[in-house]
Design a protein around this ligand. Structure first.
Ligand SMILES: [Zn+2]
Length: 329
C-alpha cells in the first residue's frame, strides 16, 4: 500500500479536553471521542486517559467491517515540547506537576504503533497547509489567537523547528517595549496585549481603576468566569472602555503582522483560535490595512491574511499530516 493510503489514530491533548479520532488519508475525521483532561489527577492520569481513549477509538473503528486499520499515531500537544523524544516539557496551562512528561513512548508501547508528537500549533499548521486555508502554499505562517497566542512557520514547504523544536512562538514577538508583563516573564509581547487572558486582565484593571460602562456589571455577574468573551460583548455593544481594549489588541496584532510579513515573506498568514474566530473580519481587516500601509511593498502586496478553515478538528487532521511528515516521507 502507498503511504498516502494509510489511516492514522490522532490524539489532540489540550488543557481542557482530550480528543481522539481516526483520520483517513483524505483528511476525513471519524469516530471522534472526547473527555475532560484530568489535570488535577496529575500527569500519569492524563497519559492513562489518552491511552484509554485511543484504545477505545481504535476498537470502535475496527468494529466497522470496511475500516482500514490505523497504522500510526499522531499527537498534538501543548507546547513547549521536545518533538524528537515525544516529551511535553513545561506547558504553562497544564498545572505545576506537568513537567517533562513522556507521552509518545507510553502511547506507542500501549497501542503497538509508531507514534509522533509535536506542539499543537505546528500540528495545526500542517493541517491547514494540507487541508485548510493554506492549501497549496509552501510559505505561510499560522497564528492561533485564543487565551494565548501561538504560531508556526512553514518555509519552503517545511515546518521551521529549530535545534530544540521550539521555533515559531509568534505570540512572543515584541510589540510594545516596556508594555504589560507576558506569561513568559518578559514584557510587551503580542500575547500580553492581544490574547484572551490579556483582554480580561486589562478589563479587570480598568474596573479596579474606577472605569464605568458595562464592564463593572459584567465582572460582578460573571466573577471568576469573566474573560475575553465578556470584553468582546461589551465592545460590540458600544462600551468605550472595552472598545479601547479591543482596539489596542487589534492594533498590536496588526503591528505584529507587519513585522512577520517583513521577516518571513509569507504567501499567507492563516489565523485560527477562538478569539480570532469570534472577532472575524473585525480582527483580520485592521491587520490587512496595516500591512498594506507599513510592510515592505513587494511582500506586503503578496500576502493574504485569512481565517483558518479547520476549526476544532485542526489538531486531529494535523495528526495525519504529522505522521506523513515525520514517518512516511
Ligand atoms: Zn511572552
Amino acid at each position: 500500500m502507498e503511504t498516502g493510503d494509510r489511516t492514522v489514530l490522532a490524539l489532540d491533548l489540550g488543557a481542557t479536553q482530550i480528543r481522539v479520532a481516526v483520520v483517513t488519508p483524505d483528511g476525513a475525521v471519524h469516530s471522534r471521542r472526547n473527555v475532560d483532561t484530568p489535570i488535577r489527577d496529575g500527569p500519569d492520569a492524563v497519559v492513562a486517559s489518552c491511552i484509554r481513549e485511543l484504545q477505545a477509538v481504535r476498537a470502535a473503528w475496527e468494529a466497522r467491517a470496511d475500516g482500514a486499520q490505523a497504522e500510526a499515531i499522531g499527537i498534538s500537544a501543548p507546547g513547549p515540547v521536545d518533538p524528537s523524544r515525544g516529551v511535553i516539557l513545561d506547558p504553562p496551562n497544564m498545572g505545576p506537576r506537568f513537567r517533562d512528561v513522556a507521552l509518545a513512548e507510553p502511547v506507542a508501547a500501549a497501542l503497538g504503533l509508531p507514534t509522533v508528537l509535536d506542539r499543537d500549533t505546528q500540528v495545526a499548521a500542517l493541517a491547514e497547509g494540507a487541508h485548510g486555508a493554506a492549501r497549496g502554499c509552501t510559505d505561510f505562517l499560522y497564528l492561533t489567537v485564543s487565551s494565548g497566542i501561538g504560531g508556526a512557520i512553514v518555509s519552503d514547504g517545511h515546518l521551521l523547528r529549530g535545534p530544540d523544536g521550539t521555533a515559531g512562538e509568534l505570540g512572543h514577538i515584541l510589540v510594545d517595549r516596556g508594555g504589560p508583563p507576558c506569561g513568559c516573564g518578559a514584557r510587551g509581547h503580542l500575547e500580553a496585549i492581544a490574547a484572551g487572558v490579556a483582554l480580561a486582565a486589562r478589563a479587570r484593571e480598568a474596573v479596579a481603576g474606577g472605569a464605568g460602562g458595562m464592564l463593572p456589571g459584567l465582572l460582578a455577574d460573571r466573577g471568576a468566569a469573566f474573560g475575553a468573551r465578556e470584553v468582546a460583548l461589551a465592545d460590540e455593544a458600544g462600551d468605550p472602555v472595552a472598545g479601547g481594549i479591543l482596539a489596542d489588541a487589534r492594533d498590536a496584532f496588526a503591528q505584529a503582522c507587519v513585522s512577520l510579513v517583513d521577516t518571513f515573506n509569507p504567501t499567507r498568514i492563516v489565523v485560527g483560535g477562538s478569539l480570532a474566530r469570534n472577532q472575524g473580519e473585525r480582527w483580520l481587516q485592521p491587520a490587512r490595512d496595516r500591512v498594506a500601509r507599513d510592510a515592505f511593498r513587494v511582500p506586503g502586496q503578496r500576502v493574504e491574511i485569512l481565517a483558518a478553515e479547520l476549526g476544532d478538528d485542526v489538531g486531529l487532521v494535523g495528526g495525519l499530516e504529522l505522521v506523513r511528515a515525520r514517518l512516511w516521507t
